[in-house]
Design a protein around this ligand. Structure first.
Ligand SMILES: Cc1cc2nc3c(=O)[nH]c(=O)nc-3n(C[C@H](O)[C@H](O)[C@H](O)COP(=O)(O)O)c2cc1C
Ligand SMILES: C=C(O[C@@H]1CC(C(=O)O)=C[C@@H](OP(=O)(O)O)[C@H]1O)C(=O)O
Length: 381
């Protein structure tokens, strides 16, 4: 079974990832992983931290001579910012008390975290609840993306809303979506891109923050990943669970999602046809987003995620000091104004991780040759 684990605090020495259950003999190009890490760092609206970091993966185990060994792949990503935070991360008792964060930020993990773990310093919570952790998920997903590309499975994303600026229509052309990387906000419609940038700029000026929506498309997924036979094996459920776990994601839609709930069945469901020449089934629409009955149906998988606005505000909201219990303004940690473009890269990598997990469940073996054989046998039926 494929499993991805992450460890590390935002301002600790480094982040650590472990991928367990990765089969042997797949080629891994580290520079491709570094490119995905860089994609996650970009985006208009990011704060000062991204000027400090240049995320790069260092493999510690599980890969030899560029090929996976079948053993757990472990890796690290150094936090360059650690040297600026050493006193915060390894404080003396006096420092710890004097530098403690006590004004819990509404919308962040701060208050529930200190109550749950019995802390008197919000830093003990924010270090790990921080979305810095998503760098590890991107690195792991990027490794799995390379493995999935051997089976013609690819993943892309683009931003479809920032704050109140939304695309007028859904984009389904993968060649268009591929262009998102060249946009500062990963938006492929030029006039909307300018409005989105302006929306973020205004929020920043006002000490506020904005959220948004991104769309993920996974292509080349064969029919039958996931299953209808048990609730916890459904592919739509697995994708929603994983994507919802990304910091600040508050909604996940498969295909038409909520829109399908308010549209007639005759307009929602995708009609099925058969191509005699190529001997395959096809549909002319993909409102289901490539998943029916908890299984991939051979169409592109389309998932949208809604991200709430960043909780840390430079014009802070009211909160309570956890020590004095007085009403105060929330603490201001250095912060992003908008991280939807970055989150869309995280979304891609989290989605491909789920697809890889399900793919390896269906076609899995210990090595590339076994898996290729099973996959070819199946797709040629
Ligand atoms: C890529 C990315 C960057 C983020 N940057 C910040 C940030 O700079 N400041 C902040 O307060 N929250 C940021 N967040 C959101 C918080 O991490 C998130 O709201 C918090 O962990 C609470 O979790 P929840 O929103 O899922 O409830 C970011 C999220 C992502 C995905
Ligand atoms: C470090 C990252 O994002 C961080 C996510 C984050 C949060 O609260 O989630 C808060 C900020 O941390 P810092 O105070 O160090 O600037 C972001 O920069 C990253 O994406 O690599």
């Amino acid at each position: 079974m494929l499993r991805v684990m992450t460890a590390g605090e935002s301002h600790g020495k480094c982040l650590i990832g472990i991928i367990e259950g990765c089969p042997a003999n797949f080629e891994i190009n580290i520079e491709e992983v570094n490119k995905d890490l860089a994609r996650r760092q970009r985006g208009y609206g990011r704060g000062g931290r991204m000027q400090i970091e240049t995320d790069r993966i260092e493999i510690l185990s599980g890969v030899r001579g560029g090929l996976t060994l079948g053993s757990p792949i472990s890796f690290m990503i150094v936090n360059k910012d650690y040297e600026n935070w050493e006193q915060f991360m390894n404080p003396t008792e006096v420092d710890r008390v004097e530098r403690s964060v006590t004004k819990a930020r509404p919308g962040h993990a701060d208050l529930s975290g200190v109550i749950k773990y019995d802390f008197d310093d919000v830093r003990n919570v924010l270090e790990r609840s921080s979305a810095r952790e998503t760098a590890v998920r991107v690195a792991a997903g990027s490794i799995l993306k390379q493995i999935m590309s051997n089976f013609n499975i690819e993943v892309y994303s683009h931003v479809s809303a920032i704050g109140s600026v939304k695309l007028d229509e859904k984009v389904t052309d993968i060649n268009e979506i591929k262009k998102a990387d060249s946009s500062e906000v990963r938006c492929i419609i030029k006039d909307k891109e300018a409005l989105m940038i302006e929306e973020i700029r205004k929020a920043k000026e006002q000490g506020d923050s904005v959220g948004g929506i991104f769309d993920i498309h996974v292509t080349g997924v064969p029919v039958g990943l996931g299953s209808y036979v048990q609730w916890d094996r459904k592919l739509d459920a697995k994708l929603s669970y994983a994507l919802m776990s990304i910091q600040a994601i508050k909604g996940v839609e498969i295909g038409w999602g909520f829109e399908s709930a308010v549209t007639s069945g005759s307009l929602v469901h995708d009609e099925i046809y058969y191509d005699e020449q190529n001997k395959n089934y096809y549909r002319t629409t993909n409102n289901a987003g490539g998943i029916e009955g908890g299984m991939s149906n051979g169409e592109n998988i389309v998932v949208r995620c809604g991200m709430k606005p960043i909780p840390t505000l430079y014009q802070p909201l009211k909160t309570v000091d956890i020590i004095t219990k007085e009403t105060v303004s929330a603490s201001i940690e250095r912060s992003d104004t908008c991280a939807v473009p970055a989150a869309s890269v995280v979304g891609e990598m989290v989605a491909i991780t789920v697809i890889a997990e399900e793919f390896l469940k269906k076609f899995g073996g210990d090595n590339k040759r076994e898996i290729e054989k099973r996959w070819k046998d199946y797709i040629l039926i």
